[in-house]
Design a protein around this ligand. Sequence first.
Ligand SMILES: [Zn+2]
Length: 435
Amino acid sequence: MPIGGHSEIGKNCTGVKVDDEIVILDMGLHMEHYINHTDSTDSDDLVDMSPKTLIDVDAAPDVRILGDLKKKVVAICISHAHLDHVGAVPFLSNKFDCPIYSTPFTIELLRTIIKDEKIDLKNELVKQKENSRFKISKNIEIEFIKVTHSTPQTVMIAVHTKYGTILYVNDMKLDDHPMLGKKTNIKRLKELKVKILILNCLYSTTPGKTPSEKVPEEMLKEILLNTDTKRKNIFVTTFSSQIARIKTVRNIAKKIGRKVIFLGRSLAKYSFAAEKAEITKLSNVKIVKFSSKVKKFLSRLDNTEKYLFIVTGNQGEPKSTLSKIVYNNYFHFKPKDIVIFSCTVIPVPGNSENREKLEAALKQKHVSIYKDVHASGHARLEDHRTFLNMTNPEHLIPVHGDKLRAEAMKKMAIEEGLKEKNIHILKNGQRIEIS
Ligand SMILES: [Zn+2]
């Protein structure tokens, strides 16, 4: 039951009905629509809004299409902590009388969000480890299988039923050198007998294989260890959910004798969740959560060249902390100070203009800009091919992509010998029955 993220990018949500029970896989936001309608400060942040409004502006999956079937939902399982997979949970999950299952990092992030936004979530939040298997009802077992991605503890979700296994793989890369956490559980993948594979097709129009997280580590070392950083202020911006990258930056900062300071609300959110899930320690990191306090904090800081600032706002979002630092002169940059964009520009309207504007403002201040210091968290076409051959499913459902991307995945799957009639490109609200 495609609810969100089918023939579109964002607000991932798929229902799987087995006899008289339904499992919901992911409950995400459409970040572009969400930000447009909430005027949120940056793409890793959340502000409260009513469920009806969120659905009406197409920012949250339209769970109303389930109608009376919503009583049959026995579990909501979340694959990882990105807001396009988990972000609608605080707003929609109260409509369902069932627990929410995910890995510890994602559950801790949810807890942080609902606490910050003062949302009363009725559902029980259940932590399950990566590579664990558990029963959610008499007839359905769930297995969380480790996969690498750009945020910690991402899993593929296997729904084991008497009719076969449905494997939901929404957001992943095949990274042999993850900088944090385990590698993809290839052994388990090869053992599975997959009836239906629901596979992320976001980058299926991009040829080749996605580089490892080791690549940006090398790039960051090149910049911070092999260039002259003495008496220069250093600001790094990246996705707040990218805990591995943040860890890398912290390690390099240590090597050049600088203390790390976090500036921005979503950085606080994700790093608290990482600490709660025992992924990282924050004891020696100063965090300034609200951008309103950043100006005062920076102006009072002695010798800013002793620090390395990690700051939110990598897309140049006008209200983000980095934009305020630059446009509102929260900080007085010197020529040759360093600003590193450890990210790519997400190709949605507005982003490139925002970033160009921010970079132009930095150039006016004669700051040295390093950009695209990044490796994506998303598999490309050849990774998809590897993945398909490892799991050898009977049926394939491309997800998290528009028609063009889904068709590119379909073409590849046909090349690999999958029957065309067994590849299903679905639209939200449609139903498909596979027996
Ligand atoms: Zn993701």
